[in-house]
Design a protein around this ligand. Structure first.
Ligand code: AMP
Ligand code: MG
Length: 350
């Protein structure tokens, strides 16, 4: 089976979004863009359809999916209650890259397979016209994880993932490059406190404008031990990783970071390894290596490019990749969270 392809890059083709929505209604899978990354979507109310997502991705059954909605009524139908703080967050950040973990209404509404049997459900309203039209036309909430085989970097453009996924989905909506490039911020609100389970474009600092107390879960930057109990099952799994070995190196002193990276380059090249460096545009000149790729000049650019670059690495024949780290503040927290996982926790802070 090969999916039908629809080009929505230049302008929306509503007729084809309607066709894709028909596939959702039939229990089939649609690859579609959001403002964060691409998603593999199915009718969140259809257990069989959602099971197909897990098969397509090779995703562990205990890793729940985010449910995407196009209006508040859809949220009210699936969650038990919306607190005042949650309403404030919805008003401020939706549509947008913020997933809120709510208590779920009843097991009959959202099937267990979506929430991995948890009593909670993660919901967000994407800020992308194609995604919103798709949900509106399908008239059901759409469960959608990131578009990638589990463990690999998430898809930020169709070219990167078409080979991997075209035989696994029924319809492809191509909206070009995604705006943000990293998955949504995932939070749980408890009373007047927010706990960040996965950092993303909506930063701790922005959430602090709504409540005073915003905590970052210890597993966001810490390594997850084999027997650790985690607040969000996705934290446990290998993620975002290219096949090529990589290492992240960071220092808040730029010169120190650059010289440490150069030392590593020397050592790896002495071992006969072909090395690639991913660094900020402004630093590339300073690296003593032939292969160096520009990650971008600021955090927004780096977020947008990083998954595409990690995928590109595997198309070439490098033995080792050294990646510059960024300060883990603002959007930098999300970038750092993804990079240390991409490097399988092989990182040095100097
Ligand atoms: P992805 O679908 O790749 O964007 O991953 C979704 C993330 O949201 C995973 O890390 C999940 O563990 C997390 N998530 C989804 N639903 C829940 C939930 N009910 N409770 C906690 N975390 C959740
Ligand atoms: Mg994912």
């Amino acid at each position: 089976m090969k999916a039908k392809y629809s080009n929505q890059k230049e302008k929306l083709n509503i007729k084809e979004i309607e066709e894709a929505a028909e596939e959702i209604k039939k229990g089939n899978l649609v690859l579609f863009p959001t403002e964060t990354v691409y998603g593999i979507g199915a009718n969140a109310l259809d257990e069989k359809a959602v099971k197909r997502i897990f098969e397509a991705k090779g995703r562990a059954g205990d890793n729940p999916l985010i449910v995407h909605v196009s209006n508040i009524k859809m949220v009210e139908e699936i969650v038990k209650d919306i607190s005042d703080v949650e309403r404030k967050l919805i008003n401020k950040f939706w549509p947008g890259p913020l997933t809120i973990i709510f208590n779920r209404k009843s097991k009959e509404v959202i099937p267990n397979v979506v929430t991995a049997n948890l009593d909670t459900v993660g919901v967000r309203m994407p800020n992308n016209e194609i995604a919103i039209e798709l949900i509106e036309k399908a008239k059901v909430p759409i469960a959608a994880p990131s578009a990638n085989i589990s463990g690999k970097p998430s898809g930020t453009n169709i070219e990167d993932i078409i080979e991997e996924l075209q035989d696994k989905v029924d319809y492809i909506l191509d909206g070009g490059f995604t705006d943000i490039g990293l998955e949504s911020t995932v939070i749980r609100v408890i009373g007047d406190e927010i706990n960040i389970l996965r950092p993303g474009k909506i930063t701790k600092e922005e959430l602090e404008e709504v409540v005073n107390d915003v905590k970052v879960d210890s597993h966001v930057l810490g390594k997850v031990g084999k027997d650790d109990v985690v607040a969000s099952p996705g934290m446990k799994y290998r993620h975002y990783a290219p096949t090529t070995s990589c290492m992240m190196i960071y220092s808040n002193d730029e010169n120190k970071m650059i010289s440490r990276i150069n030392e590593e380059i020397k050592e790896l090249e002495q071992q006969g390894k072909k090395v690639l460096v991913l660094g900020k545009k402004e630093h590339l000149d300073k690296y003593i290596v032939d292969n160096k790729w520009n990650m971008g000049s600021d955090l927004n650019e780096i977020a947008k490019n990083i998954f595409m670059l990690l995928r590109k690495v595997d198309k070439e024949d490098f033995d080792f990749v050294i990646i510059e780290g960024v300060e883990s503040k603002g959007l930098g927290l999300a970038i750092t969270n993804r990079l240390i996982r991409a490097c399988a926790y092989n990182y040095i802070i100097v």
